[in-house]
Design a protein around this ligand. Structure first.
Ligand SMILES: NC(=O)c1ccc[n+]([C@@H]2O[C@H](COP(=O)([O-])OP(=O)(O)OC[C@H]3O[C@@H](n4cnc5c(N)ncnc54)[C@H](OP(=O)(O)O)[C@@H]3O)[C@@H](O)[C@H]2O)c1
Length: 242
Protein backbone atom coordinates (compact mmCIF):
# COMPACT_ATOMS: atom_id res chain seq x y z
CA UNK A 1 0.00 0.00 0.00
CA UNK A 2 1.37 3.42 -0.95
CA UNK A 3 1.36 6.29 1.53
CA UNK A 4 0.10 9.45 -0.14
CA UNK A 5 0.06 13.02 1.20
CA UNK A 6 -2.23 15.59 -0.40
CA UNK A 7 -1.92 19.17 0.80
CA UNK A 8 -5.07 21.27 0.56
CA UNK A 9 -7.01 18.01 0.37
CA UNK A 10 -10.19 19.28 2.02
CA UNK A 11 -11.77 20.86 -1.04
CA UNK A 12 -11.73 21.12 -4.82
CA UNK A 13 -8.82 19.57 -6.73
CA UNK A 14 -7.07 18.27 -3.59
CA UNK A 15 -10.21 16.49 -2.46
CA UNK A 16 -10.58 14.79 -5.86
CA UNK A 17 -6.90 13.81 -5.83
CA UNK A 18 -7.24 12.33 -2.34
CA UNK A 19 -10.36 10.43 -3.37
CA UNK A 20 -8.59 9.10 -6.49
CA UNK A 21 -5.77 7.57 -4.43
CA UNK A 22 -8.12 6.27 -1.69
CA UNK A 23 -10.29 4.63 -4.38
CA UNK A 24 -7.15 2.93 -5.72
CA UNK A 25 -6.35 1.39 -2.32
CA UNK A 26 -3.70 3.83 -1.12
CA UNK A 27 -3.30 5.21 2.41
CA UNK A 28 -4.13 8.92 2.09
CA UNK A 29 -3.42 11.81 4.47
CA UNK A 30 -4.88 15.22 3.65
CA UNK A 31 -3.65 18.52 5.11
CA UNK A 32 -5.24 21.95 5.36
CA UNK A 33 -6.00 24.77 7.76
CA UNK A 34 -9.73 24.33 8.47
CA UNK A 35 -10.23 21.37 10.81
CA UNK A 36 -13.98 21.01 10.16
CA UNK A 37 -13.64 21.01 6.37
CA UNK A 38 -10.69 18.63 6.47
CA UNK A 39 -12.35 16.14 8.85
CA UNK A 40 -15.58 16.04 6.84
CA UNK A 41 -13.70 15.30 3.63
CA UNK A 42 -11.43 12.74 5.32
CA UNK A 43 -14.50 10.87 6.60
CA UNK A 44 -16.16 10.98 3.18
CA UNK A 45 -13.22 9.81 1.07
CA UNK A 46 -11.55 7.48 3.60
CA UNK A 47 -8.45 9.52 4.48
CA UNK A 48 -6.66 10.81 7.58
CA UNK A 49 -6.90 14.55 8.34
CA UNK A 50 -3.96 16.57 9.69
CA UNK A 51 -4.58 20.26 10.37
CA UNK A 52 -1.65 22.46 9.36
CA UNK A 53 -0.88 25.81 7.74
CA UNK A 54 1.75 24.78 5.20
CA UNK A 55 3.15 28.28 4.89
CA UNK A 56 4.14 28.19 8.58
CA UNK A 57 7.37 26.24 9.29
CA UNK A 58 6.58 25.63 12.97
CA UNK A 59 3.15 24.21 12.19
CA UNK A 60 4.68 21.78 9.70
CA UNK A 61 7.32 20.74 12.24
CA UNK A 62 4.58 20.10 14.81
CA UNK A 63 2.50 18.11 12.31
CA UNK A 64 5.36 15.78 11.35
CA UNK A 65 4.63 13.26 14.12
CA UNK A 66 1.11 12.79 12.71
CA UNK A 67 2.40 12.01 9.21
CA UNK A 68 3.56 8.61 7.88
CA UNK A 69 7.23 7.69 8.31
CA UNK A 70 7.32 6.46 4.68
CA UNK A 71 5.87 8.55 1.90
CA UNK A 72 5.47 7.29 -1.66
CA UNK A 73 3.58 10.20 -3.21
CA UNK A 74 3.51 13.86 -2.16
CA UNK A 75 0.95 16.05 -3.91
CA UNK A 76 1.59 19.74 -3.26
CA UNK A 77 -1.85 21.08 -4.08
CA UNK A 78 -2.47 23.73 -1.38
CA UNK A 79 -2.66 27.22 -2.80
CA UNK A 80 -4.84 29.58 -4.76
CA UNK A 81 -4.97 33.23 -5.62
CA UNK A 82 -4.54 34.76 -2.16
CA UNK A 83 -5.70 38.11 -3.47
CA UNK A 84 -9.17 36.83 -4.39
CA UNK A 85 -10.59 36.57 -0.85
CA UNK A 86 -8.58 39.54 0.33
CA UNK A 87 -9.62 42.23 -2.09
CA UNK A 88 -10.52 44.52 0.82
CA UNK A 89 -8.32 42.88 3.44
CA UNK A 90 -5.46 45.38 3.56
CA UNK A 91 -7.39 48.65 3.65
CA UNK A 92 -5.26 49.81 6.58
CA UNK A 93 -2.09 49.79 4.43
CA UNK A 94 -0.85 52.42 1.98
CA UNK A 95 -1.42 51.56 -1.71
CA UNK A 96 2.22 50.53 -2.18
CA UNK A 97 2.21 48.48 1.02
CA UNK A 98 -0.98 46.75 -0.20
CA UNK A 99 0.85 45.70 -3.36
CA UNK A 100 3.77 44.36 -1.34
CA UNK A 101 1.42 42.42 0.93
CA UNK A 102 -0.51 40.97 -2.01
CA UNK A 103 2.69 39.62 -3.58
CA UNK A 104 3.89 38.18 -0.27
CA UNK A 105 0.50 36.52 0.29
CA UNK A 106 0.62 34.75 -3.07
CA UNK A 107 4.24 33.71 -2.55
CA UNK A 108 3.35 32.25 0.85
CA UNK A 109 0.21 30.51 -0.42
CA UNK A 110 1.67 28.94 -3.55
CA UNK A 111 5.46 28.75 -3.27
CA UNK A 112 6.22 28.32 0.43
CA UNK A 113 3.44 25.74 0.94
CA UNK A 114 5.04 23.46 -1.67
CA UNK A 115 8.67 24.19 -0.84
CA UNK A 116 8.25 23.77 2.92
CA UNK A 117 6.15 20.59 2.68
CA UNK A 118 8.64 19.00 0.27
CA UNK A 119 11.66 20.03 2.34
CA UNK A 120 10.07 18.75 5.57
CA UNK A 121 9.14 15.38 4.02
CA UNK A 122 12.12 14.88 1.72
CA UNK A 123 13.84 12.33 3.96
CA UNK A 124 10.63 10.28 4.22
CA UNK A 125 10.19 10.06 0.44
CA UNK A 126 10.84 6.51 -0.73
CA UNK A 127 13.06 5.64 -3.68
CA UNK A 128 10.94 5.74 -6.88
CA UNK A 129 8.60 8.14 -5.08
CA UNK A 130 6.67 10.98 -6.65
CA UNK A 131 6.39 14.73 -6.01
CA UNK A 132 3.54 16.32 -7.95
CA UNK A 133 2.85 20.02 -7.52
CA UNK A 134 -0.25 21.81 -8.75
CA UNK A 135 0.74 24.90 -10.73
CA UNK A 136 -1.48 26.87 -13.09
CA UNK A 137 -1.59 28.04 -16.67
CA UNK A 138 -1.44 31.47 -15.02
CA UNK A 139 2.35 30.85 -14.85
CA UNK A 140 2.30 31.41 -18.62
CA UNK A 141 -0.80 33.56 -19.16
CA UNK A 142 -0.38 36.17 -16.43
CA UNK A 143 -2.54 36.94 -13.38
CA UNK A 144 0.02 39.15 -11.63
CA UNK A 145 1.49 37.90 -8.37
CA UNK A 146 -0.53 34.65 -8.54
CA UNK A 147 0.86 33.75 -11.98
CA UNK A 148 4.34 34.80 -10.89
CA UNK A 149 4.14 32.51 -7.86
CA UNK A 150 3.05 29.59 -10.05
CA UNK A 151 5.93 30.37 -12.43
CA UNK A 152 8.31 30.18 -9.47
CA UNK A 153 6.94 26.71 -8.76
CA UNK A 154 7.91 25.61 -12.28
CA UNK A 155 11.52 26.78 -11.78
CA UNK A 156 11.74 25.16 -8.34
CA UNK A 157 10.38 21.90 -9.75
CA UNK A 158 13.29 21.72 -12.21
CA UNK A 159 15.67 21.94 -9.26
CA UNK A 160 14.04 19.21 -7.17
CA UNK A 161 13.70 16.91 -10.20
CA UNK A 162 17.49 17.14 -10.58
CA UNK A 163 18.09 16.62 -6.86
CA UNK A 164 15.76 13.63 -6.50
CA UNK A 165 16.33 11.96 -9.86
CA UNK A 166 19.15 9.64 -8.78
CA UNK A 167 16.76 7.99 -6.33
CA UNK A 168 14.17 7.36 -9.03
CA UNK A 169 11.93 10.05 -7.56
CA UNK A 170 10.16 12.12 -10.21
CA UNK A 171 8.96 15.71 -9.77
CA UNK A 172 6.36 17.24 -12.05
CA UNK A 173 3.98 20.17 -12.14
CA UNK A 174 0.36 19.71 -13.17
CA UNK A 175 -0.93 23.07 -14.40
CA UNK A 176 -4.72 23.35 -14.65
CA UNK A 177 -6.76 25.92 -16.54
CA UNK A 178 -10.28 26.77 -15.36
CA UNK A 179 -11.44 24.07 -12.93
CA UNK A 180 -14.96 24.44 -11.55
CA UNK A 181 -16.46 22.82 -8.42
CA UNK A 182 -13.66 24.26 -6.27
CA UNK A 183 -13.46 27.14 -3.77
CA UNK A 184 -10.84 28.85 -5.92
CA UNK A 185 -12.97 31.81 -7.04
CA UNK A 186 -14.67 32.26 -3.63
CA UNK A 187 -18.01 32.56 -5.44
CA UNK A 188 -16.77 35.54 -7.48
CA UNK A 189 -16.52 33.91 -10.92
CA UNK A 190 -18.92 35.86 -13.13
CA UNK A 191 -20.76 34.12 -15.97
CA UNK A 192 -19.03 36.46 -18.42
CA UNK A 193 -15.55 35.47 -17.18
CA UNK A 194 -16.45 31.79 -17.06
CA UNK A 195 -17.72 31.96 -20.65
CA UNK A 196 -14.50 33.69 -21.72
CA UNK A 197 -12.31 31.04 -20.06
CA UNK A 198 -14.34 28.19 -21.58
CA UNK A 199 -14.17 29.86 -25.01
CA UNK A 200 -10.36 29.81 -24.72
CA UNK A 201 -10.34 25.99 -24.54
CA UNK A 202 -10.20 23.66 -27.56
CA UNK A 203 -12.68 21.34 -25.85
CA UNK A 204 -15.39 23.90 -25.21
CA UNK A 205 -15.86 23.07 -21.55
CA UNK A 206 -14.57 23.86 -18.07
CA UNK A 207 -12.31 21.33 -16.36
CA UNK A 208 -13.31 19.37 -13.27
CA UNK A 209 -11.24 18.33 -10.23
CA UNK A 210 -11.48 14.73 -11.52
CA UNK A 211 -9.78 15.77 -14.78
CA UNK A 212 -6.78 16.91 -12.74
CA UNK A 213 -6.85 13.92 -10.37
CA UNK A 214 -6.63 11.46 -13.28
CA UNK A 215 -3.43 13.09 -14.56
CA UNK A 216 -1.93 13.21 -11.06
CA UNK A 217 -2.79 9.51 -10.73
CA UNK A 218 -0.93 8.70 -13.95
CA UNK A 219 2.15 10.71 -12.94
CA UNK A 220 2.19 8.83 -9.63
CA UNK A 221 2.11 5.46 -11.39
CA UNK A 222 5.12 3.25 -12.23
CA UNK A 223 4.25 3.79 -15.92
CA UNK A 224 5.31 7.45 -15.59
CA UNK A 225 8.77 6.69 -14.19
CA UNK A 226 10.58 8.44 -17.08
CA UNK A 227 8.44 11.58 -16.93
CA UNK A 228 10.12 14.15 -14.69
CA UNK A 229 10.90 17.87 -14.56
CA UNK A 230 7.80 18.51 -16.72
CA UNK A 231 4.80 20.81 -16.68
CA UNK A 232 1.62 19.04 -17.79
CA UNK A 233 -1.23 21.37 -18.68
CA UNK A 234 -4.73 20.14 -17.89
CA UNK A 235 -6.64 22.96 -19.50
CA UNK A 236 -8.48 21.76 -22.60
CA UNK A 237 -5.76 23.43 -24.66
CA UNK A 238 -6.47 26.92 -23.29
CA UNK A 239 -2.74 27.58 -23.04
CA UNK A 240 -1.16 26.33 -26.23
CA UNK A 241 2.13 28.20 -26.07
CA UNK A 242 1.55 29.96 -29.39
N1 LIG B 1 -9.70 26.03 -9.67
C1 LIG B 1 -8.96 26.48 -10.67
O1 LIG B 1 -9.50 26.99 -11.70
C2 LIG B 1 -7.46 26.34 -10.63
C3 LIG B 1 -6.75 26.61 -11.80
C4 LIG B 1 -5.36 26.51 -11.80
C5 LIG B 1 -4.71 26.12 -10.63
N2 LIG B 1 -5.41 25.87 -9.51
C6 LIG B 1 -4.64 25.46 -8.32
O2 LIG B 1 -5.18 24.25 -7.82
C7 LIG B 1 -4.86 24.12 -6.44
C8 LIG B 1 -6.12 23.71 -5.67
O3 LIG B 1 -7.06 24.77 -5.71
P1 LIG B 1 -8.62 24.55 -5.93
O4 LIG B 1 -8.97 25.11 -7.24
O5 LIG B 1 -9.00 23.16 -5.61
O6 LIG B 1 -9.22 25.58 -4.85
P2 LIG B 1 -9.68 25.36 -3.34
O7 LIG B 1 -10.94 24.56 -3.33
O8 LIG B 1 -9.70 26.71 -2.74
O9 LIG B 1 -8.53 24.47 -2.68
C9 LIG B 1 -7.35 24.99 -2.10
C10 LIG B 1 -7.07 24.19 -0.84
O10 LIG B 1 -5.80 24.56 -0.32
C11 LIG B 1 -5.90 24.69 1.08
N3 LIG B 1 -4.88 25.66 1.50
C12 LIG B 1 -4.69 26.92 1.02
N4 LIG B 1 -3.67 27.52 1.65
C13 LIG B 1 -3.20 26.62 2.54
C14 LIG B 1 -2.16 26.64 3.52
N5 LIG B 1 -1.41 27.74 3.73
N6 LIG B 1 -1.94 25.54 4.28
C15 LIG B 1 -2.71 24.44 4.11
N7 LIG B 1 -3.71 24.35 3.21
C16 LIG B 1 -3.95 25.43 2.45
C17 LIG B 1 -7.34 25.15 1.35
O11 LIG B 1 -7.82 24.73 2.60
P3 LIG B 1 -7.79 25.68 3.91
O12 LIG B 1 -8.28 27.02 3.48
O13 LIG B 1 -8.69 24.98 4.87
O14 LIG B 1 -6.37 25.67 4.37
C18 LIG B 1 -8.10 24.44 0.23
O15 LIG B 1 -8.61 23.19 0.68
C19 LIG B 1 -4.26 25.46 -6.01
O16 LIG B 1 -2.85 25.35 -5.95
C20 LIG B 1 -4.68 26.39 -7.13
O17 LIG B 1 -3.79 27.48 -7.27
C21 LIG B 1 -6.76 25.97 -9.48
Amino acid sequence: MRHVIVTGGGTGIGRAVGAWFADHGDDVTILGRRADVLKRTADEIGATAVVCDLSAPQQIESALEQLPERIDVLVNNAGGNANVPQLDAHDDLTPLAQIAQGWRDNFDANVLTAVLATSALEKRLQDDGRVITIGSIAARTGAGSYGAAKAAIEAWNVTIAAEFGARGITANVVAPGLIVETEFFRGRLSQERRDRLVAATRTGRAGTPEDVAAVVGFLASPAARHVTSQVVHVDGGAYSGL
